[in-house]
Design a protein around this ligand. Structure first.
Ligand SMILES: [Zn+2]
Ligand SMILES: [Zn+2]
Length: 486
């Protein structure tokens, strides 16, 4: 291996206990979106101690931070997330009784929160990469800067899109990140753009039977809005989606004309520009519903995120480093734990990899690798998929990718087919299976960054590909004055 990469890898190995400690503490804090105060503080204090310059409160978000080291170009960003999810129990695989599914499900309360998406690992792995890159910059005396971005609220708020609005990403030469997953691969393809807006209707309350003529129903407005959107669905792009939830039905008394009601809308499309246009049509329907019911309404922007722009140049660099570094290897005990966990869900035999959903011959190769592997942990690297892939879900990494060349990898952190946002993810994320993934992700990302620092051509090529793919410009889904909130 290249000497410069060895410096970074050794540093990550030397700091392994710190990386694991951070991951475990954040697993235990399990703070929800925009409430990640302890997690943010932990990262900031460690990064300061490690010699990074730390800035808190980016884009007016109290739990966001930036930790920089070095000076001048190139500037490489590494993205960390650390928010948890509610309604999922904290399941610790080391306590075997916790694998009792019934017991676990019964233990869920309204206060339950846990790292069902593995963001405790995500943040710790990103930090590992930043520490490795810093050591390389120090020892090689290479010009350049590494910045660890603390991006709160991935599960709600889309902080990276707020950072995009405020111009943080377009100063970077490249952004690198990863996500825990059930396999090892370089992420490719696009995802859906998504915008959330809340409509609060106000009417006049009155006795529903004695004086219905005096009342104006906000609930009627919500219902008419939903019907209006239902008719809209026939006249929008096939790939677009409009979801809603009635978040306030105006109370539980049918004999009162409801003076207040609220509905939350989520508009999705495979291009942010289209999502913004579709969102305006939903706004018009709200206006129409208010007009029909003689009510008024308030529109509150919640969050928005763009589709993802792929960057093959960076994907290739990440892939060659992943190939060279291999994948995390698991002990007999870990494989046994993985098998036990895989026994608790149906999709354990699924064919792994993003490419498998879009290309039959790719799926054949992936399935063959999986079968040869003989365990539920996918301890192999999937081939780099270069076809077109599209994920219907959304991520605010999209807004980073519209502003600088961006690449993501997946590292196997739980068994094959493990459902997203689940207690199974929590269990693995708090175990040595997850720890290994975080440390390994840090190594692959650090090695990828070092290639970019060392080879100007790579950055030039990534940038020209990025410019070509984003030539129609970036339509930021975050309004100028919007404040991140939930
Ligand atoms: Zn998630
Ligand atoms: Zn996630």
């Amino acid at each position: 291996m290249d000497k410069n990469k060895e410096i970074a890898i050794k540093e990550i190995e030397d700091k392994e206990s710190l990386i694991v400690e951070v991951s475990d503490k954040i697993w235990d804090y399990a703070e929800l979106s925009l409430d990640e105060y302890k997690s943010c503080e932990l990262y900031c204090s460690i990064m300061e101690k490690e010699g990074f310059e730390v800035r808190k409160g980016i884009s007016g978000i109290a739990t966001a931070f930036m930790a920089s080291f070095g000076s001048g170009k190139p500037v490489i960003g590494v993205l960390a997330e650390y928010d948890a999810l509610s309604g999922i129990p904290k399941c610790d695989v080391y306590k075997k009784e916790h694998l009792d599914v019934k017991k676990l499900e019964n233990s869920i309360t309204s206060k339950s929160s846990a790292h069902g998406c593995g963001h405790n690992l995500l943040g710790a792995g990103a930090m590992a990469a930043a520490l490795g890159i810093k050591k390389y910059l120090e020892e090689s005396h290479h010009k350049g800067t590494v910045i660890l971005y603390g991006c709160p609220g991935e599960e709600g708020c889309a902080s990276k899109a707020f950072f995009a609005r405020d111009g943080y990403w377009n100063k970077l030469d490249a952004a690198l990140t990863w996500h825990p997953a059930d396999c090892n691969e370089v992420v490719t393809g696009s995802s859906n753009s998504c915008i959330q807006v809340k409509y609060t209707f106000k009417g006049i309350s009155s006795h529903a039977s004695a004086s219905p003529d005096k009342g104006r129903s906000a609930l009627d407005a919500v219902e008419l809005m939903n019907i209006g959107v239902q008719f809209l669905r026939e006249h929008m792009s096939d790939k677009a989606r409009v979801h809603y939830a009635i978040t306030d039905a105006g109370g539980v008394s049918p004999n009162v004309v409801q003076s207040r009601a609220e509905v939350l809308y989520m508009v999705r499309s495979n291009h942010v520009k289209e999502a913004l246009e579709l969102q305006k049509r939903v706004d018009d329907i709200a206006k129409g519903a208010a007009l029909m019911t003689e009510t008024s309404y308030e529109r509150t922007f919640i969050d928005g995120m763009s589709d993802t722009v792929t960057n093959r140049t960076l994907e290739k660099v990440a892939y060659s480093n992943f190939e060279e570094l291999g994948v995390p290897q698991h002990t007999e005990d870990e494989l046994l734990t993985a098998k036990e966990i895989a026994g608790t869900y149906e999709s354990r035999e699924k064919t792994p990899g993003i490419g498998s959903d879009f290309d039959e011959s790719y799926a054949e190769v992936a399935l063959k690798l999986r079968k040869e592997n003989e365990s539920y942990m996918n301890d192999f690297l999937l081939p780099h998929f270069t076809g077109n892939a599209f994920e219907a879900a959304s991520t605010d990494v999209g807004d980073v990718s519209y502003n600088c060349p961006t690449v993501q990898i997946h590292v196997a952190s739980w068994p094959n087919g493990c459902p997203g946002h689940s207690w199974q993810n929590v269990a693995c994320g708090g175990s040595s299976i997850g720890h290994k993934a975080a440390v390994h992700a840090g190594k692959v990302l650090a090695a990828t960054a070092i290639d970019l620092f060392e080879d100007e051509e790579l950055i030039k090529n990534a940038l020209s590909e990025f410019k070509e793919r984003t030539k129609d410009g970036y339509n930021c889904p975050i309004p100028e004055k919007a404040v991140a909130k939930l």
